[in-house]
Design a protein around this ligand. Structure first.
Ligand code: S3P
Length: 450
């Protein structure tokens, strides 16, 4: 993996143009490796996101007994151990920055007779794990965390699991997936009830791996039923481009004068397209081209052009479908005509950073008018004029904060510098060269100049 400079600066840029592909979707990549590891036989994955978070999942699945290798053509080949067939790892499994990795892996091991200790970096070690330890204990697993419900976390999986019926208290695909993955090795039917829909890649991919899983919409929400203790059959997975990564070059094209950027083959699963819907409402010139079905998902090209934006209210009901896009939406809103109000943001407080607080503080440092509450944010835009910029922003161990504020710097009066920009490597290796290829002036800065 290429090194990412830890301090980057973005300078005012114009006429961004190009036709690019972003790396594979992070959510789909984690799941492809994990389900491949839980299947019997050979799973082949193309387009896997080769970024730090997913590599942690590859290493974790290898530590649990799967055989995983990357072929010269970029295909990853996983030989799985079978449902519940995990080997007890000899060492602690370090998930780095990845909440998805650690929470889903905890689900996988909770219903197998292995003891696993999970750790993570500074950011992950602050994030709440009770949201999974609660439901995973219901299967019979014994789980201990540090005081406060954080990592390190020890999971002693059960060799006598019982199936679980669980209603999600927060719209979290990580919690839903942890429960479903634990249910793979529980006898009988594990049921997850999802009052508000959130990303459904686990359900879709479980079907591709032959799991016995069905969904119905009831008055309680979406009810997902999984029949456990059935082996998974391997699959060929093509990972489409990550819409959460595509958001950055597209946002830059919207903000920088005389720009037009196309991002090819992006995942357009309806549980992930809240940002596109919001941008349409804001009046952005963003188009979906050649939408098509591939591997059980909708994919298509996204094209954005320089646009005049107007402020809108983004309802809480849309939050799960754009949960990772609020920092970049807030940046876009800072250039709009009028005020953008974003509601239902409580989950932003427990992401790689407290994204509500960090985004608001960084926007204010760049000269934007921002107000926040416990679970909302309001950004009043400049009405199409450049923001002042000129700030040094700390990424707070959060890749999406780093990329969002570099995008802001491209459209500001003065350069914006981001410290801790090396975190971008967790999800978007090649971000700097892709953006530079479009004409964006983003470059490393020496410590002495920051
Ligand atoms: C993810 C789910 C989301 C998202 C994260 C990836 C996943 O988290 O923020 O980046 O792959 O399941 P929550 O499910 O906790 O909201």
């Amino acid at each position: 993996m290429a090194e990412m400079a830890s301090i980057l600066s973005a300078r005012p840029s114009r006429a961004l143009s190009g036709d690019v592909s972003v790396p594979g979707d992070k959510s789909v990549s984690h799941r492809a490796v994990m389900l491949g590891a839980a299947a019997i036989g050979e799973t082949r994955i193309s387009g896997l996101l080769e970024a730090a978070d997913v590599i942690r999942t590859v290493q974790a699945m290898a530590a649990l007994g799967a055989h995983i290798e990357r072929h010269a053509d970029g295909t990853w080949v996983v030989q799985g151990v079978g449902v519940g067939g995990w080997k007890e790892p000899s060492e602690t499994i370090d998930f780095g920055n990845s909440g998805t990795g650690v929470r889903l892996a905890a689900g996988l091991v909770a219903t197998a007779p292995v003891k696993v200790i999970f750790t993570g970096d500074e950011s992950l070690s602050r994030r709440p794990m009770e949201r999974i330890t609660g439901p995973l204990s219901l299967f019979g697993a014994q789980i201990d965390t540090a005081p406060g419900g954080t990592l390190p976390m020890r999971v002693i999986g059960t060799d006598d699991p019982v199936p679980v019926e669980y209603t999600l208290p927060v719209p979290s695909a990580q919690v839903k997936s942890a429960v479903l993955l634990a249910g793979l090795n529980a006898p009988g039917e594990t049921i997850v009830i999802e009052p508000e829909p959130c990303r459904d890649h686990t359900e879709r991919m479980l079907k591709a791996f032959g799991a016995d899983i069905a969904e119905e919409i009831t008055d309680k929400g979406r009810v997902i039923r999984l029949a456990g203790q059935k082996e998974l059959t391997p699959a060929d997975i093509e990972v489409p481009g990550d819409p959460s990564s595509a958001a950055f070059p597209l946002a830059a094209a919207i903000l920088c004068p005389d720009s037009r950027v196309r991002v090819r083959n992006v995942l357009l699963n309806p549980t992930r397209t809240g940002l596109i819907e919001t941008l349409h409402e804001m009046g952005a010139e963003i188009r979906i081209l050649e939408p098509r079905q591939s591997g059980g998902e909708v994919i298509g090209h996204l094209q954005a052009e320089t646009s005049s934006l107007r402020g809108v209210t983004v309802p809480a009901s849309r939050a799960p479908s754009m949960i990772d896009e609020y920092p970049v939406l807030a940046v876009l809103a800072a250039f709009a005509h009028g005020t953008t109000r974003m509601e239902g943001l409580a989950e932003l407080r427990v992401k790689e950073s407290d994204r509500l607080a960090v985004t608001a503080k960084a926007l204010a440092a760049c000269g934007a008018e921002v107000k926040t509450g416990a679970d909302w944010m309001e950004v009043t835009g400049t009405g199409g004029k450049p923001l002042k910029g000129g700030a040094v922003i700390d990424a707070h161990h959060d890749h999406r904060i780093a990329m969002s504020f570099l995008v802001l710097g491209l459209a500001a009066e003065e350069p914006v510098t981001v410290r801790g920009a090396d975190m971008i490597a967790t999800s978007f290796p090649g971000f700097v060269s892709l953006m530079r290829g479009l004409g964006a002036d983003i470059a490393p800065v020496a410590e002495t100049d920051a």
